[in-house]
Design a protein around this ligand. Sequence first.
Ligand code: H2P
Length: 829
Amino acid sequence: SLGDHRAKAEKMFGLMDGFLKNDPVSLQKDIVYHVEYTVARSRFSFDDFEAYQALSHSVRDRLIERWHDTHQYFKKKDPKRLYFLSLEFLMGCSLSNSVINLGIRDQYVDALGQLGFEFEVLAEQEGDAALGNGGLARLSACQMDSLATLDFPAWGYGLRYQYGLFRQIIVDGFQHEQPDYWLNFGNPWEIERVQVSYAVKFYGTVEEEVSNGSNYKVWIPGETVEAVAYDNPIPGYGTRNAINLRLWAAKPSGQYDLESYNTGDYINAVVNRQKAEIISNVLYPDDRSYQGKELRLKQQYFFVSASIQDIIRRFKDVHDNFDEFTEKIALQINDTHPSLAIIEVMRVLFDEEHLGWDKAWDIVCKIFSFTTHTVQPEGLEKIPVDLMGSLLPRHLQIIYDINYKFMEELKKKFGQDYSRHARMSIVEEGAVKSIRMANLSIVCCHKVNGVSRVHFELLKTRVFKDFYDLWPLKFQYKTNGVTQRRWIVVSNPSLCAVISKWLGTEAWVRNIDLLAGLRDYASDADLQQEWRMVKKINKMRLAEYIETLSGVKVSLDAMFDVQIKRIHEYKRQLLNVLGIIHRYDCIKSMNESDRRKVVPRVCIIGGKAAPGYEIAKKIIKLCHAVAEKVNNDPGVGDLLKLIFIPDYNVSVAELVIPGSDLSQHVSTAGHEASGTGSMKFLMNGCLLLATADGSTVEIIEEIGADNMFLLGARVSEVPALRDQGASVRVPLQFVRVVRMVRDGYFGFKDYFESLCDTVENGKDFYLLGADFASYLEAQAAADLAFVNQEKWTRMSILSTSGSGRFSSDRTIEEYAEQTWGIEPCKCPF
Ligand code: H2P
């Protein structure tokens, strides 16, 4: 009985000697224990990596305690829970973040010091968990941190890819992709739950069944794969709450197909079963190339089906009918990637739970909300009907049924406006008949969120205009945010100390609005001096990294000017490189006295190009070709350096952002849905050189246009400029720098030809030429401001103090209140 169980638990807990202790001696004992028994190395002989493993396991033990308590508490309170479904999470490293959120970093530093180890050195042993591509995936990670910190009863669900985002290596300036087998050395942060597993079905047929006098559809699968849970505790800061990120891995199903074994080909039968694991093998490194790929659809359904089974099982543990389902569950789908979850819930409630169509539909429409992260048309997923029908035959039927009812509704509302029906239909007729996943999500979700105000406007007026006209109240936006725990406290400890000192409190780590208090001291000479000292320390760290990486020595007096993000034409790294060529060209033609006035620059670019994205790969090669010339030109010296940082990831960002003076966010207006990198730079007091795109428009409102360097056409001006085509006004400097590339000034003449073609002869879709003059002016303004260090430091302090609105804590609070309807559920200490 439950009572017996409790008595046993009390007895066992008594044997455990209470909770783990955090004094240095206890921590040391734990670390040594894990060296000996978990890592299984002799306590007399282990290296830094093994020490890191033991250290992580001792931290993990502490995470597990909180994680258990939080879940017991949630179970007892049974609050409405949020389930956050995302195919990508870019967690980066966990050690430093965990000890900071658990509030035991100093104790660990002490404990390790007494054992003769340095915390920082061991922390460097950890590899990044890179289960995502870019902004969308890092946003999920930041939001998990905020959900935990703000005590929300939430779970994340995703896929445990064996290979994360590819490793980028550069050979002769060209990007090469290598597999990231991140689990090679184990992953101390996850807990394998062999007992939490579900069968996920694919293929097969749909048959009719009569039960209690009614007809039901039954899906007879052609293949079954097992999903096994791996739990990753996510600790909140300043709270006992630790929530869960449950990632699914595919394993062969436990149900044996006797026939294939009986044919005598035992080896082949085993090998075939093993193929099931392919599903969770590898993250798709692109936002375009997976369109219509069967494996990608399998990944989506695999993680969705396992998550929904898990969620319904948990609900049924406490409830014996579905009456309260909508009061207890909110499901958030992160972009359309998990949108099959909607159909899966419909299928389970209708086919398996026999709730009837109307009731099932009513539930679905109340629990799901959706956030879209793009304005790029290729980012809107479409699944060919044939593929959907073969892999998920019952789901396709349900989608058709939903669409039929939706079309009926449209007819009632808009009559015979067939072109409108065609635009809004979930099913796209055409050469390849497809399911439009965004339309499906909008039809079925109660809220559709954009990720910034500009994005929201574009959704309303362009991307989803028809839907907005039909359901204006469904559409909202929550401007993205990033967590200050990771992006200041973990990555910039020196700045963190200065902020806390001047605010007289550490409370800003949970309540970011307090940062605004720094505004009063923005001109204070003492703060300014400390602020500059922090920047110098971080620049030194970055300069050392650059030297080890590239052999190039950079001057700390130079302005560190950084652009790090996925390489994409709309993000316009090419604009930056062409600007650098222009700078180089100017320096070359200067006389000695003019050269003395030049503000030295270290231009840093980093980012990965999707493997099939040729133009993006050419931009990377151009960076290297220009760097080769500029960095080795004795006539230029310290006045200009260009560094490409390979294999950009979360850990690299943590190093680069605190060490930069200026950062570039120069997407063509109307293309960046939000942008979150800018927010991390802002928090770290780096000035922005940016277009008025995505969330930058809101950043301007917070810190003022005077405190940044704005450039380029505005969202509203872009369409007219595009219409001008070849007659758009382009400055001579632009023509000249493109010509230099075309003529082979940096070598590789033929190779760069197609790259140059993308910005000339009326084909400059992303308007590099049209924005070039304004770009150069903004850069000149940045030079001018940098010379006046008091002014620059003031702008920098005002950037940090104005960054409060861009904390993911604010984003999550808005979602909780306006979209999910959840409330904090704080586990008592
Ligand atoms: C995307 C958008 C960004 C947005 C981010 C999170 C897909 O990320 O393009 O504008 O801020 O999602 O909502 P990214 O390009 O950085 O990979």
